[in-house]
Write a new protein. Structure first.
Ligand code: NDP
Length: 242
């Protein structure tokens, strides 16, 4: 039985990922969120742990709990994240408060650092691991509504992936990034990014769905992706072609 930790599975992309993984056999799925209980029913068999991934100690407690129960973590998807978008345009750098900067960096980037740091020793012991960091198309081209704090955190995840990919050679562990385009979730519900916008700007003519990203995750944890390492996979309907 493989053990997978997907952070931020209570909504949006993370929920689609755990739902897709739940259809696979021999896979125990654990997810986390900030609330004491998730607000929606999680797929059968998915375990929930309350954890603030922006806190090193909270991540340590969660990983210890998983290891105490399941003894290992084979798959780590760093999905949990936050953004501050405004319907009427991006937040300019002079309007980003220092606290907001730290909150975004701590959640989106440091959170992945904390989980990787805690989980990789167990993956090394088993000579197997699949790590996937969820970045963003905005880290690839600068973004239309995303602010500098968010873009910096997401570009940092690409750097984290590249750094680890080199460091983790000969360990049986692969590390990759997925860079979603505009995906129809709560995160972008405040922004002015409608189906009409997608028809005009995205070659495939629609906003992305959580399932689109979940499909890439299924590929990356499959045997078909055994030689994919240190890569950034764009999944954006052709919106950004790098
Ligand atoms: P949502 O806002 O819909 O969901 C975010 C998830 O992250 C929730 O489950 C939330 O849990 C969890 N989360 C947030 N903060 C924390 C924290 N401190 N500790 C633990 N869990 C936390 O976002 P999306 O599904 O849209 O986004 C998922 C990922 O994809 C993010 O990293 C985002 O940056 C990235 N992405 C999204 C895009 C989009 O267009 N939607 C585009 C590109 C990238 P809780 O409810 O408990 O707070």
């Amino acid at each position: 039985m493989r053990v997978a930790l997907v952070t931020g599975g209570t909504r949006g992309i993370g929920f689609s990922i755990i739902t897709s993984l739940a259809s696979k056999e021999n896979l125990k799925i654990i997810t986390c969120g900030t609330k004491s209980h998730p607000e929606i029913k999680l797929p059968v068999g998915v375990e929930y742990i309350q954890c603030d991934i922006s806190s090193s100690s909270s991540v340590t407690t969660m990983i210890r709990q998983i290891i105490d129960t399941h003894y290992k973590i084979d798959i780590l998807v760093n999905n949990a994240g936050i953004s501050h978008v405004k319907p009427d345009g991006r937040v300019l750098i002079e309007d980003i408060r220092d606290e907001t900067w730290h909150q975004v960096i701590n959640t989106n980037l440091s959170g992945a650092f904390y989980t990787c740091k805690q989980v990789i020793p167990y993956m090394k012991m088993n000579h197997y691991g699949r790590i996937i960091n969820i970045s963003s198309a905005s880290a690839r081209f600068g973004g239309i509504l995303a602010s500098a704090d968010y873009i910096s955190s997401k570009a940092g995840l690409i750097g984290l992936t590249k750094g680890l990919a080199y460091e983790l050679r000969d360990c049986g562990i692969t590390v990759n990034t997925v860079a979603p385009g505009r995906i129809d979730t709560d995160m972008i519900s405040d922004a002015n990014l409608s189906a009409d916008w997608a028809k005009n700007h995205v070659p495939l003519g629609r906003l992305g769905k959580g399932e689109d990203i979940a499909g890439v995750i299924l590929f990356l944890i499959s045997k078909h992706a055994d030689y994919v390492h240190g890569a950034t996979l764009d999944c954006n309907g052709g919106w950004i072609i790098t």
